[in-house]
Design a protein around this ligand. Structure first.
Ligand SMILES: C[S@@+](CC[C@H](N)C(=O)[O-])C[C@H]1O[C@@H](n2cnc3c(N)ncnc32)[C@H](O)[C@@H]1O
Length: 377
């Protein structure tokens, strides 16, 4: 086993939640920065991070970091990396992603082309061949340049981790699974409490809550790039997956309910719950949130209502948020959590939140308004 510098990337605003997840997996000495957490780990760490992290976008191995203000420096820096330690001769190694911020090198297509050329040159030396067929396992490479500092990464996840494999059908404006998981974590909800999403759409928040409550690894039903890599010891990932199946909690009784005014959305939510294997844990029903009621004194509402981003939606949104205030306050001791990009939400809702947190839903700046109302009694 080797020790790698690993980087878990997250959406802005949920780094601390992701860092907590990493600590819970047993990782120490985390370096938390904007949108990423750096830590050290071996091959098992790569398996466990991809399989278990709920709020992380991708897990990378950091291969090199150097300064480059010219393409020649970029070429030489990339060529210095011992590529043959990672890539076999038949590897497929696209420079799949490049970013550049506040740097002299900014043409992404050129950065990708030069990086690829440098890797090929180094591999030619390593393997004493002049051409690579790239017919083998997939090794996506990522180059990021920030203020002229280049970081070269190998993407162990492949497709982003929010793609758990259960959302075949999307509703309009579905939440990313990683953000939905972060909302549930921030709320502090635990499985003993009922959880209601009155604007459930395709059901993402409830599915993520069910996966957490049942202790189902979010990556259990998908494939990762690293699975086919030569650096991974034979059988290691299979063992991690087997252990993940053994710790699933099939017994706990869950009270998860989703409502949506749109019949089609309810159908999508039900089929997504089925694909995620949590359809026995989540009840979905067509209903206007204005008719919300619940017999239980305590519980959690977590939701992502329409934001009213278009100008002509504003009046409708004001009425919707006002009606949410009336409807939700009929459950006075329930904790309530609402994600919206609307800065005036609290005014329309009719009450100041106990706390609010800035989060990004894609590129859109949002606020997670939090009402801790269990404390009221
Ligand atoms: C932003 S989407 C929610 C997306 C959801 N979080 C997901 O991941 O798919 C908002 C949802 O609110 C629903 N909706 C709008 N007005 C509603 C109302 N008065 N009562 C219940 N649902 C409503 C819409 O049909 C839509 O599915």
């Amino acid at each position: 086993m080797a020790i790698y510098d690993l980087v878990a990337t997250t959406a802005f605003g949920i780094e601390a939640i992701a860092a907590k997840e990493l600590k819970e997996l047993g990782f120490k000495d985390l370096q938390v920065e904007n949108g990423k957490i750096t830590y050290k780990g071996d091959e098992k760490a790569i398996c466990m991070s991809n399989l278990w992290l709920r709020c992380v976008d991708r897990v990378y191995i950091k291969l090199g970091e150097f300064k480059a203000t010219s393409f020649e420096q970029l070429f030489q820096g990339v060529k210095k990396i011992d590529w043959a330690n990672y890539l076999p001769e038949n590897a497929e190694f696209p420079v799949a992603d490049a970013k550049s911020v506040k740097s002299q090198l900014f043409s992404l297509s050129d950065i990708q082309a030069i990086t690829k050329k440098a890797i090929v040159e180094k591999m030619k030396e390593n393997y004493s061949v002049s051409w690579f067929n790239e017919g083998g396992a997939y090794y996506p490479i990522h180059v990021a340049i920030h203020k002229d500092i280049v970081t070269v990464h190998l993407n162990t996840s492949g497709t982003a981790l929010h793609r758990r494999g259960y959302r075949e059908k999307g509703n309009e404006a579905p939440l990313k699974e990683t953000l939905a998981a972060a909302l549930v974590k921030i709320s502090g909800w635990t499985k003993e409490y009922p959880l209601v999403d009155p604007f459930c759409g395709s059901g993402t928040i409830l599915i993520e809550a069910a996966l957490m409550a049942r202790n189902i690894a979010p990556g259990i039903n998908r494939k990762f790039a690293f699975e086919d890599w030569d650096i991974m010891p034979e059988g290691l990932f299979k063992k991690c997956k087997k252990e993940a199946y053994e710790v699933i909690d099939y017994e706990s009784e869950l009270k998860l309910q989703g409502y949506d005014i749109n019949r089609r959305s309810c159908g999508i939510a039900r089929s997504n719950c089925e694909l995620a294997g949590v359809d026995d844990s989540v009840h979905i029903q067509e209903m206007d949130m204005r008719n919300l009621s619940n017999k239980r004194k305590y519980g959690y509402i977590i939701c992502n209502p329409p934001y009213g981003e278009r100008l002509n939606d504003i009046d409708e949104i004001k009425v919707l948020y006002k009606d949410m205030g009336i409807s939700f306050e009929k459950l006075p001791y329930w904790n309530k959590f609402i994600l919206t990009s609307n800065e005036d939400f609290q005014i329309f809702y009719g009450r100041r939140s106990s706390k609010n947190r800035k989060l990004y839903n894609g590129r859109l700046k949002c606020y997670f308004y939090q009402y801790f109302d269990e404390k009221r009694c």
